[in-house]
Design a binder for this molecule. Structure first.
Ligand SMILES: Nc1nc2c(ncn2[C@@H]2O[C@H](COP(=O)(O)OP(=O)(O)OP(=O)(O)O)[C@@H](O)[C@H]2O)c(=O)[nH]1
Ligand SMILES: [Mg+2]
Length: 464
């Protein structure tokens, strides 16, 4: 926390007894500090160790609806995102207002106060908890006189830092350009004044001075490249479908423990880090159920509340690992303050990528650290769920059994003569399996088909 104390500001963390109703009018419209979210000193050395340019940021949010806890959680997540991007959070401020100001995000009067705080703390960047319009952005920068970025750009920046593969980099570039295009003028000003740091990293940066048409062309080229690069995976997926190996996709909120779970289940050696968006590239591994059934299991990029739509769009081919799967293992961090919020944020993205209809098994992870009451609460709501710990291994044997039970049925080759009075069996063969050939004879309908085991057992009687 900074040493700077202004009598006009109130720190919620230090005054827990204060409730909304008791705040006087002036305090309600004022900027308030959210205590306890600033970067701890030991993080600073870690950031330097990572050799990132250390930025000093002030976070600002608007508290418009919902309880203050929700706003505070959202700002805590923003602080975590900012630290993941390599910055040091000097101060976190929130303004109570009905809705963000369409012109300046926070009230114009408060902008001046924000400018004062920026000056006194020595911050070089302000991060807004929301998405700013191009004009909000440039108006704010004019007053606070340092770089202003929004949550969307912060997330894009983290993705740019974490992208390793050619495909990942291309996807982030595309998303950055898509975001940048309508903001060219405002950003041009801001970035010629500032250099380096959040919002200037990543492949999008070099294109900033180009005109829209050139960016448009580059974007088209990137789209083509991404499509080409995803072809290999598409081919592999098609091969797996033909060989009927079911595909399980691990999906979930960022930092929920998806990569840890994949490693535990398959010893895949996937990067595990206490960082948001550690994984960007999909990993697919072979696995076997206890009874020997083969399946593939994949890990991919994590989701977050209000994941920038530019990213969802750009990562569509990567996310196909999820949307083309037979079963989604939805990992949620049971020790998070708001696991239900994580579940619904992830489901929104799943619906966005047309994965909403795929069977979903909810895995409540970090059971070793979670409050047992919270686990019970989630289990009550989520009928198809299980609590596990990727750290201690608790619940993993049971998880594998649940996965096995929910894999699509293996199909079996059969040839059968179905008597005409058993028309319902013929209908089932069409519904549940694939009928390869059909001939009507005197004794019944002869079919050659691939059908699930239970039906194959029933048809045994009529085989041949
Ligand atoms: N206590 C506890 N920590 C866990 C557990 N599983 C994972 N973690 C920790 O949670 C953090 C995130 O784990 P990851 O496996 O990288 O999470 P992820 O979902 O792949 O994260 P992203 O790829 O960044 O979206 C790491 O610090 C893990 O050590 C668990 O069961 N219990
Ligand atoms: Mg991961």
């Amino acid at each position: 926390m900074t040493e700077f104390i202004d009598p006009n500001f109130q720190s919620f963390g230090n005054q827990p007894e204060q409730t909304t109703g008791e705040l006087d009018l002036e305090a309600r419209s004022g900027l308030r500090r959210v205590a306890g979210l600033s970067t701890e000193l030991q993080d600073v050395t870690e950031v330097e160790y990572r050799q990132l340019r250390l930025e000093k940021v002030v976070l600002i949010g608007v508290w418009s609806d919902g309880d203050f806890d929700e706003t505070q959680r959202s700002l805590a997540e923003l602080a975590q995102l900012a630290e993941t991007a390599g910055s040091q959070v000097l101060d976190v401020l929130v303004q109570r207002r009905d809705r963000p100001d369409p012109a300046t995000f926070i009230g114009s009067g408060k902008l001046q106060e924000l400018h004062q705080i920026v000056m006194s703390t020595g911050a070089d960047t302000v991060i807004c908890n929301g998405e700013l319009s191009p004009s909000q952005l440039s108006k704010m920068e004019k007053v606070v006189k340092v770089k202003v970025i929004d949550r969307t750009w912060l997330i894009l920046d983290i993705f740019a830092q974490h992208a390793r593969s050619r495909e990942g980099k291309a996807q982030v570039s595309l998303a950055q350009m898509q975001y940048m295009l309508p903001r060219l003028r405002g950003w041009g000003d801001a970035l010629s004044r500032q250099s380096g740091g959040i919002g200037t990293r990543g492949p999008g940066e070099t294109k900033l001075e180009s005109d829209r048409r050139r960016i448009g062309k580059t974007m088209a080229k990137l789209r083509r490249e991404i499509k080409d690069m995803s072809k290999a995976r598409e081919t592999q997926r098609a091969a797996r479908r033909r060989s009927q190996v079911p595909a399980v996709a691990i999906a979930g909120y960022t930092n929920a423990g998806k990569s840890s779970l994949l490693n535990r289940l398959t010893s895949a050696g996937v990067l595990v880090e206490n960082a948001l968006f550690a994984t960007l590239d999909p990993t697919v591994r072979q696995a076997k159920t206890p009874s020997g059934r083969e399946f593939t299991i994949s890990d991919t990029v994590g989701f977050v509340r209000d994941l920038p739509h530019q990213l969802v769009e750009a990562f569509r081919s990567t996310l196909e690992e999820v949307s083309a799967s037979d079963l989604i293992v939805h990992v949620v961090d049971g020790s998070d303050p708001d696991p239900e919020g994580q579940l619904s944020a992830v489901r929104k993205v799943l619906a966005d990528i047309d994965a909403g209809g795929i069977p979903e098994l909810v895995v409540i992870n970090k059971a070793d650290a979670a409050d047992p009451h919270v686990i019970d609460r989630i289990k009550l709501r989520e009928k198809n769920s299980i609590a596990v710990s990727a750290l201690t291994g608790q619940g993993l044997d049971e998880l594998i059994i649940m996965i096995e039970a929910q894999l699509p049925q293996a199909l079996q080759d059969i040839k059968a003569t179905i008597p005409y009075e058993r028309g319902e069996l013929l209908a089932r063969a069409y519904r549940e399996g694939t009928v390869l050939s059909r001939t009507d004879t005197e004794t019944g309908t002869v079919i050659i088909a691939k059908v699930p085991k239970p039906l194959a057992n029933v048809l045994e009687e009529f085989s041949g």
